[in-house]
Design a protein around this ligand. Structure first.
Ligand code: SAH
Length: 279
């Protein structure tokens, strides 16, 4: 039913969806219900939806919560969204037209979105600057797996470390390509992301993490030496850099980057920062 409704609406408005704009519309009722269920909504919630499209999620969300803030960038889609809301007599949706990576978000308690995949990374990091209960988000499966990967696993990356320190992240279920129109070649997955209240990460940590993961398979001392320019733009000679790195716990320096836990990376960054403050 959802598939037919979506298909007919797009035909009526002569819309050709564009995958490059992240336009993969959900057409499967089963997965739609699972997303809504996991959001545990009640009438005190204000929900942020990024990439509302023709309102497939917006409509059921609006019926459960006090307000939905729906962001959509494609101006061709907005009239369909508006008309659908009027048709269904829904008046608690605020539509914001624009690029979700650039807009300031008004207050919200939860996020529920089938994200446009090309902005997965900037949107996820942007959300971590806001205070909210939790988010239920659809990502490309690959991206979702990198978000939840543990040290030593092949998908373990800078993203996994950041997610681990800034949030509780859980992969809830996978969604096959055939649940969308147009059908993407890859699968997707729904993640529950609960932000930590006061994450310990700062700019120095972010730089250290970036330097380390440029050489994921190397020992961390070597990785830091080779990418020290990511941490500090002062023109230190190699011996000075070696000397700075030698102040970090020897066991951590000898460990391969992909095996370091997020807490260990935090320790490395703190120790480096302490030494550098004294220089
Ligand atoms: N929520 C709908 C649509 C998902 S597709 C559904 O589940 O069916 C993602 C939507 O995000 C598309 O409508 C696309 O036009 C929109 N979009 C793409 N980039 C965007 C951006 N930077 N900011 C806001 N919306 C964007």
């Amino acid at each position: 039913m959802l598939a037919k409704e979506t298909f007919n609406l797009l035909k009526k408005y002569h819309i050709h969806l564009d995958r490059r704009k992240g336009q993969n519309y959900l057409i499967n009722n089963h997965f739609l219900s699972k997303i809504i269920e996991n959001a545990q909504l009640d009438d005190s919630d204000i929900v942020l939806e990024i990439g509302a499209g023709i309102g497939t999620l917006t409509v059921p969300l609006a019926s459960k919560v006090s307000k939905v803030i729906a962001i959509e960038q494609d101006k061709r889609i907005i009239p369909i969204l508006r008309e659908r809301l009027i048709e269904k007599d829904i008046s608690n949706v605020e539509i914001l037209i624009g690029d979700a990576t650039k807009l300031d978000f008004p207050y919200f308690s939860k996020v529920v979105s089938n994200l446009p995949y090309q902005i997965s990374s900037p949107i996820t990091f942007k959300l971590l600057h806001y205070d909210f209960d939790f988010a239920i988000l659809m990502y490309q499966l690959e991206f979702a797996q990198r978000m939840v990967a543990k040290p030593g696993e092949p998908d373990y990356s800078r993203l996994s470390v950041m997610m681990n320190l800034c949030s509780q992240t859980e992969l809830l279920f996978k969604v096959p390509g055939k649940a969308f129109l147009p059908q993407p070649k890859i699968s997707s997955a729904v993640i529950k992301l609960t932000p930590n209240k006061n994450p310990d990460v700062d700019k120095f940590f972010v730089k250290t993490c970036r330097a380390l993961f440029q050489h994921k398979k190397k020992k961390s001392g070597k990785a830091l030496l080779q990418s020290f320019h990511e941490i500090c733009d002062l023109d230190f000679d190699r011996n000075t850099i070696r000397n700075i790195i030698s102040h970090v716990d020897g066991r951590l320096i000898e460990e391969r980057v992909f095996k370091l836990t997020p807490k260990e990376i935090l320790m490395i960054s703190r120790e480096l920062e302490d030494v550098m403050e004294k220089i």
